[in-house]
Design a protein around this ligand. Sequence first.
Ligand code: NOJ
Ligand code: CA
Length: 692
Amino acid sequence: MPAMLLAACSNPDSKVASPDGAVKVEFKIADKGMPSYSVVYKADTIVRPSTLGFRLLDDSTLAENFEILGVDHSHHSSKWVPVWGENDTIADVYNAMTVKLQQRKSGFLMNVEFRVYNDGVGFRYVFPEQRTDSLYIAEELTQFAMAGDNTAWWIPGDYDTQEYEYTESHLSQIRAKNNSDQPGNVSATGFSPTGVQTSLLMRDANDHYINIHEAALIDYPAMHLDLNDTTMVFTSHLTPGIPAAKAEIKLPFSTPWRVVMVGSATDILATNIIYNLNEPCALEDVSWIHPTKYMGVWWEMITGKSQWSYTNAEDFDLATFDYSKVRPHGNHGANNENVRRYIDFAADNGFDQLLVEGWNIGWEDWFGKEKEYVFDFVTPYPDFDIKALNDYARSRGIKLMMHHETSGSPANYEAHMDTAYALMNEYGYDAVKSGYVGNILPKGDTHYSQRMVRHYLDAIKRAADHRIMVNGHEAVRPTGLARTYPNMVGNESAMGTEYRNMSVGHVTILPFTRLKGGPMDFTPGVFRMDIGSFVPGSTEHKKATVANQLGLYVTMYSPLQMAADLPEHYAEKPDAFEFIKEVPVDWSKSIYLEAEPGRYIVAARRDKHSENWYVGGVNAERPRTATVDLNFLDPERNYVATVYADTETANAYTNPESYTVYALNVNAGSKLNIPMATGGGFAISIKPVSNK
Ligand code: NOJ
Ligand code: CA
């Protein structure tokens, strides 16, 4: 039957519900032939009818005059096994609906594919192969019409940084509170007073939590959201780069998934919808990918105790500069002796790797200069003996971790990447922390443009060819791509511990937002909170208790976990350090016990390689007693729990280093009440001792 005729005479069923029936999506052609969708959860409207489409560079649109050619429905149920993760198996169960559309007159074909899970909805645009072979997209016009003036936890929309504190406010207050001009970010580009980033967490009037994010961001710019604060309608806002079109795509093409998660607070923490919407693992051999606990010659530079650079030289050309002719400033952190000291400490305490930053030449020539060519990623400073130090690390049973600061110059990094990865192979490194500080060069490009999104994935794929794991800082926020490329073991892409002054609530929001796309290299484990006590002149105080820092190893899932502080600060608190030494970085099961964004999070996880359980809690401003019901333990066994907790007088502002460690006999019938201080938390390790 010809397509036009089918559309005219049929009334296709364009509704789809989740397998448990709680989430319902309806697709409709609205006025003027505009494609639209809406989402209902347990009889409450989550997304009011919202239109879909695109504006193209020539000002034509793919937003009106559409008709339905047909609708396909299907059910999917499978399980997959991640290489690393919060759980050893992940269920992928959804009902799917593909609405096939054609635009009148132009004849353009565009499908909208929906997947409806018990805890949310994903949909994407699919452009089949057709006469048109490329699209130049000026803007994506996907709407998310909220049902009311939701409470939101948001960061400002920005083309260049995600390193922000979250603001908790009603949607109607975003305009008044939006400030992309916060300290600390060297590159920041806001675009609208009502612009925000994803993942965007909200709570509606019915106390449902809603989170809008994207999945499988490939070959396309990152999506921001711009709010009409009269109608409470968000519209997608793609990140621009240098070309006039925000996205240039070749057909056939599928956009990233637009995702609306919905449920209770702990449902949002537990949902795997973002990973499920990504493609299965693309790597044949993953035997070389491994969860990693590491220390770093790093915190000493971040706090200002030592420096990345070797000299104070200015105005030089890296290609011709002769380091042997300039006197070093004497405060270079990555020197042979210091690195050996860290290797010994990390090896003695069971760590897998030691990150060393400032090992390579060029740091004198970098900050604020915006030069295309700063680093070559292969030439060590004269006091960093790359061969001897790697040999020494190996002799002590650990590895060094590589560092590539790209200085915001992707073209320079791309030119040097294969040589840089080959150098890593030569010396035995298998993980790199990369970074993109500063404005992206050439000027006009941005951190989350289509070109940069391509760059980050290219760096991960090329690393995989060299069997190298990647932890990208300042790269685009993750969207679950680690399912497909599990060598992407970490990202920063949010405000991490290196912002020493962050508020105490930050860590109670990140697992709801940033972590939905993939693990964060948050770098927890700070034990000495008064930075001035070891960096002369510093007035900084980290606002967290020691027990809070331990709790983070459980509440902030990552297969890559750092112990950020200096060896001498761990040596001062050996009983608390025990937890960091023993906490696993890979799990067979995870349960979120209680949580409220901006207030507290309590999580329990079972080690992937033993029957041991670990529980962690983090708390924001208001002191709170966590109730930890151990009913997840095996009822046939007895366990001993070691509890690391805040003391009665602990307080992130006034008494941050006060903690207590004690042991308890527990079983599946035990309920523990654990007080958490302001900015506090706790950690528990639970090990079986006998059968009952
Ligand atoms: C920013 C990263 O987030 C930080 O961890 C790193 O030390 C500096 N860049 C230097 O590259
Ligand atoms: Ca950073």
